[in-house]
Design a binder for this molecule. Structure first.
Ligand code: FE
Length: 293
């Protein structure tokens, strides 16, 4: 680990409404400029006031050409899809869904016993050669996600490598690193990230110093913010002296391909989007249109 990554950009998430009226904190969404390649979207769904009433969700909708990654902190998401999968993503669980050529699914958040829902959805791009591949799920139970504790730093590792340990989600085209990091006040951590990969961090609790350089200087970041990092081979973070800090760290290899996003689809060309919409209209988008009850 020779070259520290400095903070490049600090993004304030914006409130948006999606699905059947779900309020989200959105850090970024797919765009032709593909600024976060291979990452396409990062949403934080947080319903922390039971007085908001019944939750809306994401009724049946399609995806093509991407991977959607759901990570829950509190509450859960019930899902079912056109492949016949039915399940519940609970606190600490991960669902890494590779849509490939197509999937239809429903995602419905539910409150925890104390009335809270808190979770993230990340979209990761697929390279052109895999956009029309076979759909695939990797569902990982909280108990099987390694949690590494070291000098006040707790790392839950979903994908990629940390201190010689590998996350349970594997064989993803973007070779991602995906981890949930909690630092006690004053604790610090150096996270190795491959040079040339895109690195982003979603800071959702507390305050810390991010992108600390060789001289020990970093940028103070207070939750909630999305950060991007300049190139290098590690990210150095220290929690505030009086505050813990918690963040999701994501890294992946860019594909450097043109993208053409349209709603829940991200393809490489406009023609591929038109083809997708034609298949939806003709009822040939997926083989099994029946979503289990
Ligand atoms: Fe979806």
């Amino acid at each position: 680990m020779n070259t520290p990554r400095l903070v490049n950009q600090v993004i304030q998430p914006q409130t948006v409404i999606e699905g059947a009226g779900v309020r989200l904190r959105r850090s970024f969404a797919p765009g032709h400029d593909n600024l976060f390649d291979p990452f396409l979207l990062f949403d934080h769904f947080a319903f922390n006031d039971p007085r908001e009433g019944p939750l809306q969700g994401f009724p049946t909708h399609p995806h093509r050409g991407i991977e959607t990654v759901t990570y829950m902190l509190e509450g859960n998401v019930r899902h079912r899809d056109s492949l016949g999968n039915v399940g519940v993503i609970g606190p600490g669980d991960v669902q890494w869904m590779t849509s490939g050529r197509g999937i239809l699914h429903e995602e419905m958040p539910r409150r925890s016993a104390n009335g809270l829902v808190n979770g993230f959805q990340l979209w990761v791009n697929l390279p052109a050669a895999q956009k029309m591949g076979r759909p695939r799920y990797q569902e990982v139970n909280a108990a099987t996600i390694p949690a590494v504790e070291d000098s006040g730093a707790l790392v839950r590792l979903v994908a990629g490598e940390y201190q010689g340990i590998h996350g349970p989600v594997t064989d993803i085209a973007a070779h991602p690193l995906y981890m949930d990091v909690t630092l006690r006040p004053g604790a610090q951590v150096r996270l190795a990230t491959e040079a040339g990969h895109t690195v982003i961090a979603y800071v959702f609790e507390g305050q810390g110093w991010f992108g600390i350089d060789a001289a020990g200087q970093g940028q103070s970041i207070q939750a909630v913010r999305m950060l991007t990092f300049a190139d290098g081979d590690y990210v150095h973070v220290r929690a505030g002296d009086d505050s813990p800090v918690r963040f999701m760290l994501m890294a992946g290899s860019p594909f450097n391909e043109e993208i053409y996003p349209y709603g829940p689809f991200v393809m490489n060309t406009r023609e591929e989007i038109i083809q997708t919409l034609n298949e939806l209209r003709a009822g040939t988008f997926v083989d099994d249109k029946m979503i289990p009850a």
